[in-house]
Design a protein around this ligand. Structure first.
Ligand SMILES: C[S@@+](CC[C@H](N)C(=O)[O-])C[C@H]1O[C@@H](n2cnc3c(N)ncnc32)[C@H](O)[C@@H]1O
Length: 260
């Protein structure tokens, strides 16, 4: 991942991150010493994130959102991957799928204003933040990585928002809650995760008539999935140069409305 970081990250941070997802043993040392919502602002964790990320608002589709991300000026962009003490930091990258979704929500606040919104696989939290900025009444940022929870809280602070509610467990096997809107940025990067999401999202829509918006830059696991037959294209964005470079030359990112 990003953090097969090291020098390789400079070449292709995102591609490596996705490789790592498919090969969990690539990071056998990865563990998380941080647990639980009560320690979201653990001082050591906060200090680690602040020291090893850079605040940036450039190079994405949403310059109005500031984020702490892993950039070429961060130590672990070049550093040996085995010195990174935590799980692979997906939260340190603002993925093209999330960028498109966030841009769409900021430009079309009517889509979220007064609505309850679940950002599933929130990562850095940018799409949840965009939903908040556009007037969503209730938001949950969900990610299985507890450190993403810390990053999301720091990113809320950067954008002068109260901390958003965060849930750091896998909800795909749980009883579903009612949401007006579920948003997913760049979540279809793995075939079995794509299958689970497909089923879970169908149940959400059939049970609660939830609207589901998916942001994706055309990853093969998404373009080749059976969900393709149940999508309506909402909008397509041309990606900024730096995002293209980090994503193997992907040039656009699209927001899709899932209608099974
Ligand atoms: C490629 S990143 C996308 C992050 C963000 N949505 C964006 O577009 O910038 C995928 C995220 O999904 C999270 N994730 C993976 N499986 C998940 C699951 N079952 N439930 C919740 N989050 C999950 C990962 O930890 C990671 O932060």
């Amino acid at each position: 991942m990003a953090l097969k970081l090291g020098c390789k990250a400079r070449r292709n941070c995102c591609g490596l991150l996705l490789q790592a997802v498919r090969s969990p043993l690539l990071f056998p040392w990865a563990h998380c010493s941080w647990r639980g919502a009560g320690s979201l602002l653990d001082p050591e964790m906060r200090a680690f994130l602040e020291e090893n990320t850079e605040v940036t608002s450039s190079g994405s589709l949403t310059p109005e959102i500031q984020l702490r991300l892993l950039t070429p000026r961060c130590k672990f962009w070049r550093e040996r991957a085995d010195l990174w003490p935590y799980s692979d930091p997906y939260w340190a990258i603002y993925w093209p799928g999330g960028q498109a979704l966030s841009r769409y929500l900021l430009d079309n606040p009517d889509v979220v204003r007064g609505k309850s919104v679940l950002d599933l696989g929130s990562g850095c939290g940018a799409t949840a933040i965009a939903a908040k900025m556009s007037g969503a009444s209730r938001i949950l940022a969900n990610d299985i990585d507890p450190i993403a929870g810390v990053a999301i809280t720091l990113n809320c602070e950067l954008n002068r928002l109260d901390p958003l509610p965060i849930l750091t467990k896998n909800i795909l096997d749980l009883q579903q809650d009612k949401w007006d809107l579920v948003v997913l940025g760049d979540m279809f990067y793995d075939e079995s995760l794509a299958d689970s999401l497909h089923q879970w999202l169908k149940n959400c829509i059939w049970t609660y008539r939830t609207r589901v918006l998916i942001g994706d830059p055309g990853r093969p696991q998404f373009s080749g999935h059976s969900i393709q037959h149940q999508l309506q294209r909402v909008v397509e964005y041309s990606l900024p140069e730096s995002t293209r470079e980090e994503n193997n030359g992907l040039t656009t990112s699209t927001v899709w409305d899932f209608q099974p």
